[in-house]
Design a protein around this ligand. Sequence first.
Ligand code: SIN
Length: 277
Amino acid sequence: MNVKLLSGALGAEISGIDLTDTSDQNFKKINDLLLEHKVIFFRDQPITNEQQIALAAKFGPLETHAYVKGLKDHPEIVRIIKGKEEKNQWGENWHSDVSYNSKPTKAVILKSVKIPPVGGDTCFSNMELAWETLDPKIQSKIINKKAVHSSLGAEFFIDNYKYMEGNEKRNYDSYSNEHPIVRTHPETGKKILYVNWTYTKQIIGLEKEESDQVLKEIFEHQARLDLTCRFSWTEDTVAIWDNRSVIHYAIADFFPGRGLGYERIMDRIAIEGDHPQ
Ligand code: SIN
């Protein structure tokens, strides 16, 4: 096995592990790497839908997305599509997947299907480091507080992205839940800064103005480049991220003459998480 770190903060590219080996022993190796590096990448993995599902199922029960329809024969897999002419891309701002759910996603397994020759990298930021390096004045302000996370409704997920299909029963509801701002990772016991620019709306117990100010400072801190890594995709790469301890950002840098005019397609499976504590 070979492990190549992507940055000083998080992320590793791994080779020499068979992702189709679903033995407990192999799964433990993969999960240990995930807990250590928080996001791990495996290039040149032409695995089938079934093999991707089998790998994901080792982590726990699979999640159904609130708004977006899965593949016809594999409803567990959401196909993320950026069309040739689209500038928008799913996941194009800092977020932790579905943090508005009462039990947000534990981990995601994303497989690249079609990748443009330029553009469409994904960035990840380490929320354990973000907590450790946060200004102590802000730390003491938020340590035992909760924040409201709200979804942006189906419009955000589907109407913005022409080739993404909504669930049969088109659901325009917005979901909201409260979560601790500093959560404890259930497997490592580490503290994690658990808010994100896309879904976190307000700190409970602070006036709106103060809450907005504190959140603004936290969001700027979370995006500090020294807390991040950036990954340039090639086709048939499998990424696994720990959605509890990272936020991520799919860069929509598809500008005329530089990458516009290409499709980008990813197959995404999410694993159910627990109530953040
Ligand atoms: C996501 O935000 O879940 C998608 C990330 C990506 O397409 O790179």
